[in-house]
Write a protein that binds this ligand. Structure first.
Ligand code: MG
Length: 376
């Protein structure tokens, strides 16, 4: 027990336009829409967390804000922030689903607990296995010529991992882009493919087989999240590793996936699992089953990316990198006091106790479209 109590809960709803539209097998995204959670203690400490929903994947920003303000505030106000598991159990018992709101709550609690203990979140999760991790950029602009210009600039910045979003146009467009990138950058480029559920189950296998010749590191979520038999059949049929993203939210999905032979790799996302610690449970199941893991993200600000970076830093093993590029390369503006650290194609763990990243108040005011407040 600590002698700190949470006395205020604020939800900041933000919209940050994107530099360019990104297209996916599940639709277009033109900006970042998040609900930032700010918890303030009676001792004056402030903890931050982010809910970054994607409506076709996890939920809505309106739902996340309502969960935080309407359903979680009643038991969060007055609580001791270091009691993370009991408070998250309350959140679970109060509201089904809403993993992004639960991720925001857990992150803000861990940020406070870390400041109280003078430890980073990664240290509280068991320690720092790595301070830097390779960053993957998602190639998702329907205007591929514009993407080629961006890729060239990213290459100059040291980025070597590129994930093609496929299945939003025709198969020929996907093959053309893979051929072009493999031809331009040779074996030095790490190519990955993400269909975001974009293929029809009855027709998916031949598409995936066509792409195998370009030697991708993995093919991600070719079919709909519930088409688990089809995903398992593709995983069995091809040599290229298959990654489950939309099909595996939390540890229950992860365990069931092992039984089904669903995939070779799981994409870990704080937003879909409902927090860093649930992601570590997914990672533990994957490790026990001999599966790989990858650091995925939603359309997040620096706050959400920092939560992901602490998760990735605490993992015992990480071979496939992570994709925390949004605040640096996708958003038209960052809201952090100091930019989320990305350089030389690597994501770096933020320094300092707790989360190590906090928003700039002026930037919050510029991008805020709504605010909710609850006081003790
Ligand atoms: Mg994905």
């Amino acid at each position: 027990m600590s002698d700190h109590r949470i006395r205020a809960l604020d939800v900041h709803i933000l919209h940050i336009p994107a530099r360019a539209v990104h297209s996916h097998g599940s639709g277009d995204v033109a900006g970042i829409n998040v609900a930032l959670l700010e918890l303030t203690t009676d001792s004056g400490l402030v903890g931050w967390g982010e809910a970054a929903p994607w409506p076709v994947f996890t939920g809505t920003v309106e739902g996340a804000a309502a969960a935080l303000h309407g359903h979680f505030a009643p038991f969060v106000l007055g609580a001791d922030p270091v009691q993370v598991e009991p408070l998250m159990a309350r959140a679970e018992a109060t509201l089904v689903g809403h993993p992004e709101a639960k991720a925001a709550l857990e992150c803000a609690l861990l940020d406070l607990a870390g400041q109280i203990a003078d430890l980073s979140i990664a240290e509280m999760m068991g320690g720092i296995s790595r301070r830097s991790m390779p960053m993957s950029f998602s190639v998702a602009n329907p205007d591929f010529d514009a993407d080629l210009v961006d890729i060239a600039a990213l290459w100059e910045d040291g980025v070597r991992l590129f994930k093609l979003k496929t299945g939003f146009a025709d198969h020929g467009f996907d093959l053309m882009r893979l051929e072009k990138l493999r031809g331009l950058y040779g074996d030095e480029i790490g190519l990955r493919i993400d269909y975001n559920q974009g293929l029809a189950a009855h027709d998916a296998l031949r598409h995936v087989r066509d792409l195998e010749g370009f030697r991708p590191d993995f093919v991600e979520q070719p079919v709909k999240r519930h088409e688990r038999a089809a995903l398992a059949a593709i995983t069995r049929a091809v040599d290229v590793p298959v990654m489950a993203d939309e099909s595996v939210f939390g540890p229950v999905d992860a365990l069931e996936g092992v039984g089904l032979g669903l995939a070779d790799i799981y994409s870990l996302k704080v937003m879909k699992s409902g927090g860093i610690r649930r992601c570590l449970e997914v990672a533990a199941i994957a490790r026990a089953a001999g599966l790989g893991v990858y650091g995925g993200c939603m359309f997040e600000t620096s706050i959400g990316h920092a939560a992901g970076a602490h998760l990735m830093a605490a993992l015992p093993e990480l071979r496939l990198g992570c994709e925390f590029y949004m605040s640096t390369y996708y958003a038209s503006a960052d809201i952090a006091e100091t930019p989320f650290p990305v350089s030389d194609g690597q994501v770096h763990l933020p320094e300092g106790a707790g989360l190590g990243v906090r928003p700039d108040r002026d930037a919050l005011a510029r991008h805020r479209t709504g605010q909710m407040t609850a006081r003790l």
